[in-house]
Design a binder for this molecule. Structure first.
Ligand SMILES: [Fe+2]
Length: 332
């Protein structure tokens, strides 16, 4: 059954209003000290408001286009400085035909065109285009071609600088074919590229790492009888190799999607923030208690070192009414 759309005015929606109407919402404030991991940061860094939009799963069913339209309206009203698109813009990468995916990209495009703020996208497993042959083997065609075409980007990973912050946008999908056709994995090409990037990035530039599949999550690869143990289904298997490269860098946070849950875990003092899905439980309500929604992450330089010499973090998760008791479909 389609969910009721949040009732908001067309403009002037405050953050409080948004929280009240949209239900599932990740509100995260990261207070950035003047030094991080013992590295002195630029004193001129300003507060950054990041809109976080992940797992949209655009489709024609379930009144999704209306939801997406309203989602864009809400995001615009929050006036973020930048929007991170967490991947899975469309639904069906491994299960739908190219023709169906083309139709869904049209819906996604209509939605994304409504956003008034720069969007920086990640690729998700559902964004792949006919990645397998009819017998389930890995196709010779580039499964990332539709995403690349849509966003007019030659590669699905990159870094960019924004207001003094460095964003690392990674492609966390490895297509392996078979019954469980993908894994969370950072390719060797990206590992080499990352080495080059880190050589040219100032050592004290604060970094925000973004990945569709989580680097760190409390969710297990196996969920009892419902989900078989599939390593790499909910996490990037070689995440630690990436984090090792960043161990001497001021890594502020990791933003991640894929599991359709609001979650925050901490790894060596680094907040790993997973955003709940725009589509919730694939347009059929909340997923494990996380309602459809979008996120806002504020990075606030305080100029004041915390007692630990890193930073203080104040993070609030907003509980929603009527949590789903069943685990439901937590993976896709
Ligand atoms: Fe997803």
């Amino acid at each position: 059954m389609p969910l009721p759309l949040p009732s908001i005015a067309k403009s002037g929606v405050t953050r409080r209003d948004f929280i009240g109407t949209a239900g599932a919402f990740l509100a995260s404030q990261l207070f950035l000290s003047s030094s991080l991991r013992g590295i002195t940061l630029d004193q001129h860094l300003k507060t950054l408001r990041l809109g976080f939009l992940t797992d949209c799963h655009a489709m024609a069913e379930h009144d999704a286009p209306s939801w997406l339209e309203r989602t864009a309206e809400i995001m615009n009203s929050l006036r973020p400085d930048l929007i991170i698109g967490g991947g899975d813009f469309v639904h069906g990468g491994f299960t739908s035909t190219g023709k169906t995916m083309d139709q869904r990209w049209v819906i996604a495009s209509s939605f994304l065109n409504r956003l008034k703020v720069r969007l920086e996208p990640l690729i998700g497993n559902h964004d792949l285009y006919e990645p397998l042959t009819a017998d389930g083997k890995v196709s010779d065609n580039d499964p990332r071609r539709r995403w690349k075409h849509h966003f007019q980007r030659p590669l699905t990973y990159r870094s960019f600088q924004f207001h003094g912050y460095r964003f690392l946008m990674l492609d966390s999908i490895k297509v392996v074919g078979g019954e469980n056709p993908y894994r969370g994995w950072i390719s060797n090409a990206q590992m080499e590229w990352l080495d080059h990037e880190l050589n040219r990035i100032p050592a004290n530039q604060p970094i925000i790492l973004c990945s569709h599949i989580p680097f760190k999550t409390s969710l297990r690869d196996s969920l009892g009888a419902m989900i078989k143990n599939v390593p790499g289904r909910v996490r990037v298997l070689n995440a630690d190799s990436v984090l090792e490269k960043l161990s001497q860098r001021p890594l502020i946070a990791i933003l991640q999607g894929h599991i359709h849950l609001n979650e925050r875990v901490e790894y060596n003092g680094i907040p790993c923030i997973t955003g709940g899905a725009v589509c919730g439980k694939w347009w059929e309500g909340p997923n494990m208690g996380t309602y459809p929604g979008i996120g806002l992450v504020e990075i606030i330089p305080t100029g004041v070192s915390s007692a630990k010499g890193s930073r203080d973090i104040d993070w609030s998760y907003l509980n929603t009414p009527n949590p789903v008791k069943s685990l439901g479909n937590v993976l896709s």
